[in-house]
Design a protein around this ligand. Structure first.
Ligand SMILES: *[C@@H]1O[C@H](CO)[C@@H](O)[C@H](O)[C@H]1NC(C)=O
Length: 316
């Protein structure tokens, strides 16, 4: 996925350069940035809406295109002015600074120079960051994978009312302030996998996708009824966490529950179904993974009656 993102970024930046009106603007100035931001808006939204599988097939079509272009279009062609005049820039106005490149980071660099901003998406993957950089107010998607972030503070995402996805895969996060995510009104996808998190903070009920696999939640890392009110939650991935129980209750909307490689030893007949209501059907939940747990699924034969499919796990 990292490579995929790089390929896309490379493509956009290349396109920006080719589309630049004169050779003079090839320097790393705000004109060029404006063109990159403006141009990529639609393309990027497009990518965001594709499933990764589809996105991958697109790499196939884009890749040869890039290589071909980089040889054939050596003399830069003049482009009409319109692109330069209608860039859709991120609103960088914030208490920490302003300008088209977003707020200033602590190193004095605007976030959109340190990272890459495409439309309202901010990419900070693989930048050796040890904290979340200040984000432009209209940020919708934020990626900061493969960094060295240790802590998420309560103000890191404050007032980012458009934020829909946070992806902090593979950092060193061990601590998250209780308020860090709670007040994000549009947050749908939260990816915190491959960190060192011991305690999951309170989460917004708007979430549809949670991946907190490969952390250190253990016995107490998930509060009781943590997911109960998430009426749109579809994917819940908590593999490799040394969990000793299935977090209940599970919302009706849930489609996939991945709990493999934990320490779950038992389940109740009411975990998924309702023993008092034999007509109850939990239609959505088609994908339950319990393999890699010390649990014998054969001991609770009635626990799966309402499910469209049996959970995957040890039956003997
Ligand atoms: C799993 O449970 C079934 C049903 O109670 C039992 O027959 C089987 O021996 C158990 N397997 C193990 C490995 O405990």
């Amino acid at each position: 996925m990292k490579t995929l993102a790089n390929i896309f970024l490379g493509f956009f930046i290349f396109e920006g350069i080719v589309a630049a009106p004169t050779i003079d603007t090839l320097t790393y100035d705000s004109d060029l940035y404006g063109i990159i931001l403006g141009e990529s808006d639609n393309l990027f939204d497009h990518i965001e809406n594709e499933q990764s599988a589809q996105a991958e097939t697109e790499v196939g079509t884009i890749l040869p295109f890039v290589t071909q272009d980089s040889y054939s279009s050596a003399p830069l062609t003049e482009e009409p002015e319109e692109e330069a005049s209608t860039p859709k820039l991120i609103d960088g106005s914030s208490p920490l600074g302003s300008g088209v490149l977003g707020p200033q980071t602590h190193d004095g660099l605007p976030t959109c120079l340190l990272c890459t901003c495409l439309g309202t998406t901010v990419y900070c993957d693989d930048h050796e960051l040890d904290a979340i950089p200040p984000l432009p107010k209209k940020t919708t998607y934020f990626y900061s994978r493969y960094n060295r972030i240790k802590k998420i503070n309560k103000n890191d995402f404050a007032n980012l009312n458009n934020l829909k996805r946070i992806d902090l895969t593979e950092n060193f996060i061990s601590e998250i302030d209780e308020d860090a995510f709670r007040r994000l009104p549009q947050l749908q996808e939260l990816v915190l996998r491959d960190n060192r998190i011991r305690q999951l903070p309170e989460l917004p009920v708007t979430l549809t996708f949670i991946d907190i696999s490969n952390n250190r939640l253990g016995r107490k890392g998930i509060r009781t009824e943590a997911f109960k009110d998430m009426i749109d939650l579809q994917h819940l991935y908590i593999t490799d966490n040394n969990l000793d129980h299935i977090p209940l209750p599970l919302p009706e909307s849930l489609q996939a529950l991945h709990l493999q490689n934990n320490n779950i030893q038992e389940m109740h007949e009411d975990t998924f179904c309702k023993m008092k209501d034999i007509t109850y059907v939990r239609r959505a939940l088609e994908d339950i993974r319990l393999d890699g747990n010390p649990i014998n699924l054969s001991k609770t034969p009635h626990a799966y009656m309402c499910l469209p499919r049996l959970p995957i796990g040890s039956l003997s």
